[in-house]
Design a protein around this ligand. Sequence first.
Ligand code: FAD
Length: 368
Amino acid sequence: MAARDLAAAGARVLILDRERFPRYKACAGGIPRRTRGLLPFPIDAVVEESVHLFDISVRNSVRFVRDSGRPFLDMVMRDRFDALLLERAEEAGAEFRPATMVRSVEETGRGVTVRGEGFEADASFVVGADGANSVTARSLGLGAGLASCAALEVELRLPPLRRATFDHTVLIEMDYRPWGYSWVFPKEGALSIGIVLPDGQGRAMRTRLTDYISRLGLSAAEVVSARGHNIRFRRGGEAIATPRAALTGDAAGLADEFTQEGIVYAIQSGRLAALEVLRAAGREGDLRSYERAVDREIAPELRAARLLGYIGYGILRRLRGPWLGVAPSIGPLWKAFFAVHRGESSYHRELQRIPLLPSMAARRLGVP
Ligand SMILES: Cc1cc2nc3c(=O)[nH]c(=O)nc-3n(C[C@H](O)[C@H](O)[C@H](O)COP(=O)(O)OP(=O)(O)OC[C@H]3O[C@@H](n4cnc5c(N)ncnc54)[C@H](O)[C@@H]3O)c2cc1C
């Protein structure tokens, strides 16, 4: 998105990626509906399913379905979705160099030098959109101290007879300790099934996901791929920009700690980065204003999501017996959740409706 916006504004842009596109990315591919409002072009061509039903189960003993009434999530496969974004950037005039592994990024007084295998380029600015293991961040000493978690994703071919079970529905299984959940996201002829857990539970992840797939009665389904990846979180003032470089998306830890979603923030930060590069170009090249823009436009929402995550998982851990089903099934909570995903509200706004609770809970729970 950064490349597309910069090229559309007349800048000379080179996109580097170690992969050839379309390429697989371990991701459930659930995009909140509000993402559409952030994009300057339609994405219908790559949306595989729109979802309005949320099927939740807790500790394998409580199960209920909530209906948003209209779609709150779009389902994409990241190979097709990301290829569409790349295509739009190329149409706007950006040049793409695939299969180019970047090894280092060096900031010079007047710009940056990017080096890869058999490759070197000088530029005025660099946008590091290179994911959770960002070389740009490492090279420039950015993003130090970001928190992280791990997620595992399995793509299963959907047995035709089971199709109706997953129509317009996402399934979530809660109650992993100390927090985490498993999911089923429906795609065209396939299911994206995965699990997210705190860092350090890598070994448990595979077993738990296998158990979940077995409980769903899908053990015999063909596994197309199974891959894990980490997701990073920016909780405070971790540096994500220098005068000539800006990190976006996972490289900057811009994923939320309630649902672990990051696509919408990757898009939003990409667009912010483009805007700030254009401003910095006319201002002796200082891109550190991008960090302030993220703090203003994105950080309050991520903080609200983090607080919700702490409250939600904290409550869930303590509930026993019949209480287990009560808290997660409270109607207004789901109304708010759906409204946030559809872009009619935000976590930040929803939390402000409950005066004092957020700050009291944050203090009590020690939310960073
Ligand atoms: C299992 C799993 C499920 C998820 N499900 C969801 C979901 O349903 N919804 C949601 O919103 N978020 C989800 N997320 C989070 C989401 O995937 C990320 O937040 C999002 O992909 C971030 O986008 P990005 O562009 O910053 O990074 P990425 O999508 O990781 O893209 C980084 C790009 O940089 C390239 N690259 C990396 N290093 C180099 C290098 N050295 N040289 C050249 N190129 C390089 C990569 O090839 C890649 O194309 C999930 C994450 C995981 C792990």
